[in-house]
Write a protein that binds this ligand. Structure first.
Ligand code: FES
Length: 274
C-alpha cells in the first residue's frame, strides 16, 4: 500500500476503501455542480475575453458618433472608459480596467471554492477523491495572491460608484433644442439591475463583513459601535446569499454588456419608456 492513502485498495480502519480522483461512496449526481460551474465560468471567461478584444460597439449616444440623439450608454466591461493617447489600437481599454473586477471575482471566497472544484478537481466535490497524494497545503505559495481580496474589495466599491454614474448618464437624453431632459429606457433598467446585483454581491462579501465587524469583540466598546453593529447585521444577512448574488451579478454584467453591444451595433432598438 502506498503512503498517503491515494491509491486504490487502501486499508483504512479495518476495511478496504478505494481512493483516488473521483472515487466516492456518494450515489447522488455530485458531478453536476462542478460541471455546470466549469461550463458557466468558462463561457463567461470566453465571452468577456472576446468582448475585450473586440474593442468596438461598447458605447453609444450623446458625445459619440453612434446614435448621438440617444442618452449616453457605456458597457460595464469598458467602464470607466480610459482613453490613453498613443496607446496601440490593439490594446483594448477594457483590459485597462477588467483586471480589477476580475481580480475581485478570482479571489472571492465563494468563487475559489467553485473553481478549485470545477477546474482543479481539488477536490471535485465533498467526499469525492482527489488526485493529490499529499495533505492539504492551504493557499500558500502562488496562491498567496488570494490574500489580495480585501484590496480588490476597495476597488470594487469604487467601481459601484462609477457604474452608478453610468446609470445616471443613461437617464440624461439630449433634446431637439440642444438641451437635456430626463428619460428612462430599457437600457437604463438593464444597467440599474446590473448595478443592484453587483451591489448585492459586493455588500455580501465575506471580507467586507469582516472589515465592518469581524475584528470587534464588543460593539459597545468601539467608536460608532451601534452603526457598525447595524451594518454588520445587514452584511451578515446578505452574506448568507453570497453565492446566489455571485452568479446573478455575473450573468447581469455579461447581459448588460451584450445589451449595449446589440444597441450600439444597431441590431436592437432601445425602447424609451419615459
Ligand atoms: S468573498 Fe466573495 S466577493 Fe468577497
Amino acid at each position: 500500500m502506498a503512503a498517503g492513502g491515494q491509491t486504490a485498495g487502501n486499508v483504512t480502519g479495518g476495511g478496504l476503501r478505494r481512493t483516488g480522483l473521483g472515487v466516492t461512496e456518494r450515489r447522488d449526481a455530485w458531478w453536476l455542480g462542478p460541471l455546470a460551474t466549469a461550463l458557466a465560468l468558462g463561457a463567461f471567461g470566453v465571452y468577456a475575453t472576446f468582448r475585450a478584444i473586440y474593442n468596438a460597439e461598447f458605447q453609444l449616444g450623446e458625445g459619440t458618433s453612434t446614435q448621438p440623439n440617444h442618452a449616453y450608454l457605456l458597457s460595464p466591461f469598458y467602464s470607466p472608459l480610459i482613453v490613453v493617447p498613443g496607446l496601440p489600437a490593439w490594446i483594448s481599454p477594457a483590459f485597462l480596467i477588467l483586471w480589477a473586477p476580475g481580480g475581485f471575482r478570482v479571489t472571492c471566497y465563494y468563487y475559489r471554492k467553485a473553481y478549485y472544484r470545477a477546474f482543479f478537481l481539488d477536490p471535485p466535490a465533498c467526499a469525492v477523491g482527489e488526485t493529490r497524494g499529499r495533505g492539504y497545503g492551504g493557499e500558500t505559495g502562488l496562491f498567496l495572491f488570494q490574500n489580495l481580496h480585501r484590496y480588490f474589495l476597495y476597488l470594487a466599491l469604487i467601481f459601484l460608484v462609477l457604474l452608478g454614474i453610468d446609470v445616471v448618464h443613461s437617464c440624461i437624453w439630449p433634446t431637439a433644442g440642444g438641451g437635456r431632459w430626463f428619460g428612462v429606457s430599457v437600457a437604463t433598467l438593464v444597467l440599474a439591475a446590473n448595478l443592484t446585483l453587483l451591489s448585492l454581491y459586493t455588500f455580501s462579501c465575506h471580507s467586507l463583513r469582516h472589515l465592518i465587524g469581524g475584528n470587534v469583540d464588543c460593539f459597545s466598546c468601539v467608536a460608532l459601535g451601534n452603526v457598525r453593529q447595524q451594518a454588520w447585521t445587514w452584511t451578515s444577512a446578505l452574506n448568507k446569499h453570497h453565492m446566489l448574488f455571485a452568479w446573478l451579478s455575473l450573468f447581469s454584467v455579461g447581459f448588460a454588456d451584450f445589451y449595449v453591444w446589440m444597441v450600439a451595433s444597431g441590431r436592437w432598438t432601445d425602447l424609451r419608456l419615459i
